[in-house]
Design a protein around this ligand. Sequence first.
Ligand code: ADP
Ligand code: MG
Length: 390
Amino acid sequence: MNIHEYQTKELLKGYGVPVPGGRVAHNVDNAATVAEELGGERWVVKAQIHAGGRGKGGGVKVASSLDEVRQFTDQLIGSHLVTPQTGAGGRLVQRVLVEQACDINKEYYLGLVIDRGSQRVTVIASASGGMDIEEVARATPEKVVRETVDPAVGLMAFQCRKIAANIGLKGKQIHAATKLMRALYRCFRDQDALMAEINPLAEVNGGQLMALDAKMSFDGNALYRLPAITELRDFDEEDPKEVEATGHGLNYIALDGNVGCIVNGAGLAMATMDAISFHQGKPANFLDVGGGASPEKVGNAFRIVLADPNVKIILVNIFAGINRCDWIAEGLIKAMQDQQIGVPIVVRLAGTNVEKGAQMLAASGLDFIMADNLDDAATKVMATLGGQGS
Ligand code: ADP
Ligand code: MG
């Protein structure tokens, strides 16, 4: 789960990471009030969307008067900001962060990720931070410093000093960077984060280090024990189909293929996607309807899968253990009767009450393409798609 920059900064501030003074604003008057209360002569108005590259897309604007704060807020809120990370459609901006503008001497990069190779939290830092860090990592990987954290002891001060020295910090800054990195690590660990990124970590007027941008994402499976983080969730930034699926107790993840998948069990859903890919197809989604898939759940699954206009065929793959094939069949028949399903449906049923389920589907007179096993199902999906000329 991702959160906005202003939320990340608020969170990190609580752990002792220095951030510029600032607050979120939802409209022009709001923004002007925030700027006035912050004081000073220059402010930065920053579009709050769950995507980076805002600087390059015109989503970060420096204002030298309250009028400009108003003007920039008016331009940003309600617009679709296109950045190198949003895709051509951009993202609707619904709020801005108004914060003090800092005079920047130098921009560094600091990030924490979970390295799957070592299975440990890893600190990544670079002297060349700012808006082109992706290019730095690609063209000059030697400019990126890494340090692995031993979970038994956490991020040690000596490791932080080493990173700080390796990115060219000196004297007092090394001490400040050590405090900052350890605060960031504490937040990362306490809040079950998957990623934290401060880019730029800036050296500002007077040599102080400050997080000018901050981004964090959290483990969705840990949200049950993170009530404060859960509250920061912004549903407007998520795929509406995924949000609806969560509400129905379905586990849905949108993908970019054309074969809709309705499957029970996460492992079987993965295997189904593999089988489709093996036959040169592309799944449109991952969907786990769970153990006790009632007819209503199956109906909801159809609606969500069909909300994706790319879906040209649906593969229903059920291995009923806790589930019952006759329930699934009831759900399938009802969905076909209630909804406008304009695409072919391939069904593979196995397990509890499979004969009864198959009989119900056959007796319904509806047009299901029955498959004997997963491989047969994937083959029939591709043959049917081929027959449609897509
Ligand atoms: P993004 O990563 O989405 O492009 P950032 O928050 O990193 O957005 O902002 C882009 C650039 O704008 C930064 O690299 C920095 O140079 C500048 N910037 C951001 N916040 C401030 C600030 N408070 N004061 C001065 N410059 C800023
Ligand atoms: Mg940034």
